[in-house]
Design a protein around this ligand. Structure first.
Ligand SMILES: NC(=O)c1ccc[n+]([C@@H]2O[C@H](COP(=O)([O-])OP(=O)(O)OC[C@H]3O[C@@H](n4cnc5c(N)ncnc54)[C@H](OP(=O)(O)O)[C@@H]3O)[C@@H](O)[C@H]2O)c1
Length: 246
């Protein structure tokens, strides 16, 4: 039996991922703030995928003081964690966050500090076991600071660099770390945005993660064309970039 923890399991992408992973040989642990929603996903997976009933646990990325106890609670139930997926995230529109720093703080704490806090605890466990996989969902928004989303983007830049360092540390210990950088995805997080051709479905991201995992990739842009878009975006000299409206 493989034990798989999904953090932020109510996210649209996480639900698509859970449907990809679930099966008779997988014990899922679904964790997020809204436990009632998790219960619905757990029931659906049990019926549709014939998987063992997922374990449902309350988890808040911003309640840092509870993270050590949370991991202990998970390990009391499953003993070993084979795979951990970090999907939780917050996005407040840049203009609102500029006017109300409380919103900016929520993003910075949930997306970066909270992520580092929980993954450090997970890393200790996997390091000791000498095996495991950590998948962290960051964003293309972390590749370059832009006026339209630098508060969210900087939280994801922090997460990307954190995951890079974690990968370097754990590569020597038999643990693999995969960084996922999605572009625009049609989920509740982007409900306020006008949808266009660049928007992907959560299922596309989940299928891309499965493929990247199989290929033992370190970092993956999803869909893949974002690699080329971000290559262009990050190649523009700063003296030109600062004058652009992006
Ligand atoms: N959508 C995009 O275009 C896009 C692009 C690039 C990267 N991403 C990243 O991809 C990941 C998944 O995004 P999504 O679009 O699937 O999101 P989503 O459907 O809007 O869901 C986000 C989830 O994050 C959870 N969450 C927020 N704050 C939390 C906290 N403090 N503690 C625990 N859980 C928390 C929420 O859980 P509850 O419902 O339980 O409160 C919510 O279900 C995020 O990290 C996001 O930043 C998204």
């Amino acid at each position: 039996m493989k034990n798989v923890l999904i953090l932020g399991a109510n996210s649209a992408m996480a639900r698509a991922m859970a449907r990809e992973i679930a099966g008779p040989e997988v014990q899922l642990i679904l964790a997020s703030r809204n436990v009632q929603e998790l219960e619905k996903t757990a029931q659906d997976l049990t019926l549709r995928k014939k998987s063992p009933r997922p374990i449902v646990l309350a988890f808040d990325a911003c309640k840092l003081e509870q993270h050590e106890r949370f991991v202990a609670q998970v390990l009391a139930k499953v003993k070993t964690l084979d795979e951990v997926y970090l999907f939780f995230g917050q996005l407040h529109p840049q203009e609102q966050a500029q006017k109300d720093f409380q919103l900016a703080q929520e993003m910075l704490v949930a997306n970066y500090v909270g992520a580092a806090s929980i993954l450090e605890r997970v890393a200790l466990h996997m390091e000791e076991k000498g095996r495991g996989l950590i998948v962290g969902v960051s964003s293309v928004a972390g590749d370059r600071g832009r006026q339209s989303n630098y508060l969210y983007g900087s939280s994801k830049a922090g997460l990307t660099t954190y995951l890079q360092g974690l990968r370097n540390r754990l590569a020597h210990k038999g643990v693999h770390v995969l960084t996922v950088k999605p572009g625009f995805v049609d989920t509740p997080m982007t409900h306020h945005m006008k949808k266009g051709l660049l928007f992907a479905r959560p299922e596309t991201i989940a299928a891309g993660i499965v493929k990247a995992k199989r290929r033992k990739k370190d970092t993956v842009y999803l869909p893949g064309f974002w690699k080329w878009i971000m290559l262009v975006v990050t190649s523009i000299p700063e003296w030109i970039f600062k004058k652009m409206r992006m």
